[in-house]
Design a protein around this ligand. Sequence first.
Ligand SMILES: Cc1cc2nc3c(=O)[nH]c(=O)nc-3n(C[C@H](O)[C@H](O)[C@H](O)COP(=O)(O)OP(=O)(O)OC[C@H]3O[C@@H](n4cnc5c(N)ncnc54)[C@H](O)[C@@H]3O)c2cc1C
Length: 319
Amino acid sequence: MNEAKPDAIVIGAGVSGLTTAMCLAEAGTRVAIWTSEPTEATTSMAAGAMWGPYHVEPLDMVTAWSSVTLEALQELATQTGAGVRLVPGVEAARHEVDPPSWGNQLDGFRMCDRSELPPGFSTGWRYTAPLVDMSMYLTYLRRRLDANGVQIHRQRVAALVEMAGKADVIVNCAGLGARDLVPDPGVFPVRGQIVVVKNPGITEFFSEDTGAGEDLLHYYPHQNTVVLGGTAQPGSWNPNSDPETAAAIVRRCAEVEPSLGGAEIIAHRVGLRPTRSRVRVDSEQLNGTRIVHNYGHGGAGVTLSWGCAMTATKLALGA
Ligand SMILES: Cc1cc2nc3c(=O)[nH]c(=O)nc-3n(C[C@H](O)[C@H](O)[C@H](O)COP(=O)(O)OP(=O)(O)OC[C@H]3O[C@@H](n4cnc5c(N)ncnc54)[C@H](O)[C@@H]3O)c2cc1C
């Protein structure tokens, strides 16, 4: 891209910002990304990340956005180097619960017999869903942006009002940063901690339906590693990994899959999910400049990424 004023500036280089910039660039818009942190330091980099529209509203839009993303990720799973694979596994609960309404969209979805579930679990369902290696995937997105001439600038924006006139349209994909940027006090963190171990040979994921609990139990097998989770602590801004929490995560996962108990720990990660009562994708005028918002995806930002990016792109193009 030349140094002339871009048509659009996307604020944020997490999965929402990169995907939205991609949709805009591929629609022929000259785009630049401004971000206070590099992609490596974003919440997006800390994600697990399985497709699954959990605990996000508004339901009708979430259903549409997650279906669009499912299709996009299934297509990306056919491309070498994109970091997306279709992985089978089981989600289960210790009490009687209904399976998620979106289950039927997934390959191989079926209810499990109780004998297929780990001890202590009474309901479960099996399916195959996209599992995303975020480090590979975000690198892939940046390569694709680079090929489209989109540059990423390290630039913090203190307030959206400062952006009036800097481009025809400004797209706000600032995640938790939207709290100060917009400002929107309705955005808050839900802290997630995970442990990454060397893969002892696991090929299927497992996830417990823990409802609204703070202690999660899931393991996601990437090729050489397994991501063990996790936590969901509303209101916690602590960016550091806590050793006792990490030990408890490994213990919970090892109760279901004993080989994880002795697996070599490679990394600890913490991310603050940018949560809001409803995901915000809409547009407004600010001092004569169109502002499009795309933030507040909570624990489902990867799952919603392509659907929200396409809606944000339509709003940015004035459709
Ligand atoms: C442990 C964990 C596990 C998860 N697992 C899953 C999963 O399995 N599936 C799933 O779908 N989702 C999962 N999520 C949720 C997902 O990671 C988030 O919803 C998603 O990453 C949000 O992406 P984002 O791009 O909107 O925000 P972020 O990744 O937080 O990016 C925000 C960007 O905005 C920039 N920014 C902020 N403020 C400013 C400013 N003032 N000026 C300039 N730039 C600014 C930041 O620097 C950053 O680049 C998980 C999250 C965590 C923490």
